[in-house]
Design a protein around this ligand. Structure first.
Ligand code: ADP
Ligand code: PAZ
Ligand code: K
Length: 242
């Protein structure tokens, strides 16, 4: 199998064998040209001769059409995931025509009917979703730390482009520190507030920026890189544990 996750920043792929073991995996920035990136990967994919391609994409119709055109050349059946708010594994109260399929798959990959769970996706957007015994209650969407920094740079005169690091939530004494620490605090503070309001929800974090954020959360956080892949496998009902 070939599994694709097309996020707003990176294309992630996993090739798995008959028993669901990962035999190849990578994450690459697509720079808004995912079809071209895929084209460059087709040789690698063909070597593993997958018999099916399952796709999560939040890139919208136009790019999805280009992606379909590229994948058609492989002569391997492929299918895009469609959010199903009435899925047997998880019901959702969210508007299912709007819910991003990566968000939904991350939840589907984590959901456990015996638990209360808070799923935090740290990608181009930060998403926080609450699930109570396999019922999705809804969630929140934030611009990630880099998008927040860009909006400050472009919306103000005296805050100019700088490449500081997001490593502290203590108060800053320079513009650069105040910007980076304030932005990190906006996300960390929101997660801590939600965790405070929902004390018996397990915190589960995934996505490229999860390690940067998780270290400042004042409750134990489970970092899981496999959520979306697990969600894809569950959606297509393929080998992985259900
Ligand atoms: N090699 C990398 N290239 C680009 N971004 C990376 C890399 N490693 C970690 N990241 C971080 O991952 C974030 C994007 O996370 P990701 O889960 O790939 O998002 P998306 O699903 O929206 O594409 C970026 O904000 C960046 O900070
Ligand atoms: C919220 C998202 C931008 C997150 O995307 P990502 O950070 O993974 O690239 C994406 O799931 C999306 O476009 N969702 C549609 C809006 C919604 O979920 O309500
Ligand atoms: K994502």
């Amino acid at each position: 199998m070939l599994w694709l996750d097309l996020g707003n920043t990176r294309l992630k792929y996993w090739l798995t064998d008959d028993i669901g073991q990962i035999v190849a995996h990578d994450a690459k920035q697509h720079l808004q040209a995912p079809a071209e990136l895929l084209m460059g990967l087709t040789d690698r994919f063909e070597r593993y001769a997958p018999d099916f391609i399952g796709i999560s994409s939040v890139l919208g119709n136009d790019l999805n059409i280009k992606i379909s055109e590229t994948l058609s050349r492989l002569n391997i059946p492929f299918e895009f995931v469609h959010v199903d708010a009435a899925h047997p594994l998880m019901k959702s109260a969210y508007n299912d025509r709007q819910l991003g399929c990566d968000r939904w798959l991350q939840m589907l990959g984590a959901v456990d009917k015996k638990k209360r769970q808070c799923i935090i996706g740290c990608g181009t957007a930060v998403t926080i979703d609450l699930i109570d015994h396999a019922e999705h209650l809804g969630g929140y969407i934030f611009p990630n730390i880099y998008l927040q920094r860009e909006s400050l740079f472009s919306g103000t005169k005296q805050i100019t482009i700088s490449n500081g690091t997001f490593d502290s939530i203590g108060q800053g004494l320079t513009t650069q520190d105040a910007v980076h620490r304030g932005i990190l605090l906006s996300i960390v503070g929101a997660i801590n507030e939600i965790s405070h309001r929902h004390p018996n929800f397990e915190l589960i974090m995934t996505g490229g920026d999860a390690p940067i954020i998780a270290q400042h959360i004042n409750r134990p956080v489970r970092l899981r890189d496999d959520l979306l892949l697990n969600g894809l496998a569950r959606y297509f009902d393929h080998t992985k544990q259900l």
